[in-house]
Design a protein around this ligand. Sequence first.
Ligand SMILES: [Zn+2]
Length: 368
Amino acid sequence: MPRIADITQLLEAIAPPALQEDYDNSGLLVGEPETEVSGVLVSLDVTEEVVDEAVAKGCNLIVSHHPIVFRPLRSLTGRNQVERTVMAALRAGVGLYAIHTNLDNVAHGVNAMMADKLGLDDFAVLRPAKSTLAKVVTYVPTGDLEAVRNAMFEAGSGNIGDYDECSFSSEGKGSFRALEGADPHLGEIGRRHLETEARLEVVVERWNVGRVLAAMKAAHPYEEVAHDVLLMDNAHPTAGSGGIGSYDEPIGWEEFVSRLKTAFGAPVVRHTAPPTGTIGTVALCGGTGSFLLPDALRAGADVFLSSDFKYHEFFGTEGRITVADIGHAEAEGGISEWLVDQLVVLKDGFPNFAVLLSEVRTNPIHVS
Ligand SMILES: [Zn+2]
């Protein structure tokens, strides 16, 4: 049986926790990493009903998109829904794991799921993430270049968009003098040594720098490995907020609305004036997305699809873009199913437990 730590490792491979927003509280919220997992229940939100459902279905871990705990808990007295839900989970021995804005912020996450449902092509991140990339540079005797390069790739570096194993190497002369107490791989104590070395450069996501440096040092023949970690200002090509995609054959407004209702089960679409022409480009954001409206405008989208728009936020874009709001749970609901599919594939090494989709309706908003 897998431990909770094994499942969280699979989830972190889908969406690195470092990509969550500052205000978020994704990760393991209740439970101990060493606990064995009997089954996983996936849901959009956690409520007491979802905890009951997990117990009834033999699952002792709930993976939800929205974290039940957002603000620090000062007491556990059951005076509100959050406290009651956490207490129910503790009593039942059910772990709670949230994969929230980090799943919003990976290119294959919530927004890609929505774009798929709408049949959009050429999906890209709407606002690529900054301050997420670094470059690791090291200097390797040419005979050891490939071993070090491979080790750094295996540790998770060298990914750029749809490419992996990206690196650059150039040849030059390195110099060093081993001092008393050193045990040099090349050269002698007290004498300057010149060696033909390759300068190897590899791009690394900042949260992977430690792992890549460890792999680099393990594969490198030198006692002291000269290296630079350079923080990059480049935007991340496959991480960030929102998404944008297009229709090869633009569609009319009526057709678009009908897709929204069918694909997302949205009973109501609240929107600004429909576009006068057809819809070719759609920008979107799963959750509360009004902060991305300027990006959608800049990108020239015909429609910006999101949720939780307030009255005044619908103003000001007349004639430039149509804002459409299908509701928060409707926009993101499909992510639970998507997560079940991902976990079913990833759990290959642990065949003896189930990953189930919650059947509880957690959306508190009803439309009459
Ligand atoms: Zn949400």
